[in-house]
Design a protein around this ligand. Structure first.
Ligand code: NAD
Length: 406
């Protein structure tokens, strides 16, 4: 019997296992490895970081979804994998030999080597880090009471990409709660985003992007744009504006909470395995395998797929991770059943929606633009659909987003 090893139980890895369990009937055994016994919805980390929803709301047990007759689930960290020997090395378990390996190890925060970023700012790439951000903010608010240092009330988000903007919206929603802890008015909680890009929300047309920026201004979120961060010190962000050179003194913004959302990279294990990659992403074959190794699939945040006639790979999202997983399960099932493999992978985005707090969002779906409350409902429906694909109806009932109040 063939052995399929799946590394990671995020959107891509977990969906692959769920599909393979349906498609395979004794042709192969699956081993799923994940460092936590639970799966978490990465698309809702910003809500946990702001303290607007509890972590339990975005997590569910992986074991509930595993059919022990078809899949062995191991809770452990992958320390490395070798395409040459077809071995996966784990921290606390014996090595595993595979016939097919599906690398779905997800993403890590990218600091671009900026001095002090790792030591002096808070990343938000997993549920533990999101909880740490919430705890840090609450501690800062509490610390305001004895000394009235306004620094405790300031929050800086480094990077105003999709993640930074969604987080800013959630923090704005949370202002009344923070203010209560600090004993101040909500308006005294300052939120600032610092970003290097020329245009915010680049994935949207001008009308939608301008709507999003207006919303952020209305929520009293300060946006410092054209500003390249080059150092983080304790409670201090140093940056330079476009056009300024190294002789200009650095600008500085001060805050008791500094959150790092300047971008992500695929897992570093991909580069360590000797695969040709850029920021942890491998340009995969039309069947989502490594360029010279048809036994090794790479999906989700560790894979790069070029759109037809495109110049840059599709952005990494939960939606594309789930779509890649569905494809890989079909492809593998065809191979194991000696059937013709499906045509090359192609991706059809169902749309992109960015939330700005719980009841506001903006997005594009099926060629239509959505703004405000209707867009926020659309966003929750998209999240419920992902949840259904992973956790089934049970998880949708328990963890679905039906808080559609206005
Ligand atoms: P990103 O790369 O989209 O944005 C990072 C931002 O940080 C950019 O605006 C960039 O200009 C800025 N930046 C980088 N270095 C900087 C520096 N030194 N100084 C100042 N600014 C700097 O990263 P992200 O927001 O973490 O998103 C990661 C991926 O996840 C993207 O592909 C995104 O599309 C996806 N995502 C999707 C959704 C969704 O679909 N709802 C939500 C969140 C993230």
């Amino acid at each position: 019997m063939k052995h399929i090893v799946v590394l990671g139980a995020g959107y891509a890895g977990l969906r692959t296992v769920i599909r393979l369990q349906k498609l395979l009937h004794g042709q192969a055994h699956i081993t799923l490895i994940n460092q936590n016994p639970y799966h978490y919805q990465t698309t809702a980390l910003h809500e946990v970081a702001a303290g607007n929803i509890p972590p339990e709301k975005i997590c569910f047990d992986i074991a509930d979804l595993v059919d022990p007759a078809k899949t062995t689930f191991i809770v452990d960290r992958v320390s490395s994998f070798s395409p040459q020997t077809r071995l996966v090395h784990l921290i606390d378990h014996d090595d595993l030999h595979y016939d097919y390996c599906i690398v779905a190890l997800g993403f890590v925060s990218e600091t671009f080597g900026i001095e002090g970023a790792e030591e002096n700012s808070l990343p938000m790439t997993n549920v533990r880090q999101a909880m740490q951000i919430n705890e840090h903010i609450e501690n800062q608010m509490a610390a305001y009471q004895p000394n009235h240092d306004a620094n405790h009330l300031r929050i800086i988000i480094c990077g105003a990409g999709f993640t930074g903007i969604e987080l800013a919206g959630e923090l704005a929603d949370a202002r009344p709660r923070y203010a209560k802890i600090a004993g101040v008015e909500p308006g005294q909680i300052e939120i600032e985003m610092i970003d290097a890009s020329k245009r915010l929300l680049p994935m949207f047309n001008d009308a939608l992007a301008n709507y999003g920026i207006r919303l952020l201004h209305q929520l009293n979120i300060r946006i410092t744009q054209h500003a390249r961060i080059n150092k983080i010190q304790p409670d201090l962000v140093d940056y330079r504006l476009d056009g300024e050179d190294s002789t200009t003194p650095l600008h500085q913004s001060q805050a008791g909470t500094i959150i790092w959302t300047t971008g992500v990279s695929g897992s570093s294990l991909v580069g360590q395995a000797g695969l040709q990659q850029r920021r942890g992403r491998v340009m995969v074959s039309p069947h989502l395998t490594a360029p010279n190794d048809d036994q090794l699939y790479l999906i989700g945040d560790v894979a790069a797929v070029m759109p037809p006639n495109g110049k840059r790979p599709y952005p990494t999202t939960a939606q594309i991770a789930l779509s890649m997983a569905n494809y890989v399960a079909e492809d593998l099932a065809a191979r194991l059943n000696n059937r013709e493999r499906p045509d090359a992978y192609s991706y059809h985005s169902q749309g992109t929606v960015a939330s700005i707090g719980n009841t506001r969002a903006l997005g594009m779906a099926s060629g239509h633009s959505y703004m405000g409350y209707p867009a926020s409902v659309l966003k929750k429906m998209i999240m419920n659909k992902s949840l259904l694909e992973l956790g089934g109806a049970k998880q949708v009932i328990h963890k679905g987003r039906f808080d559609l109040y206005h």
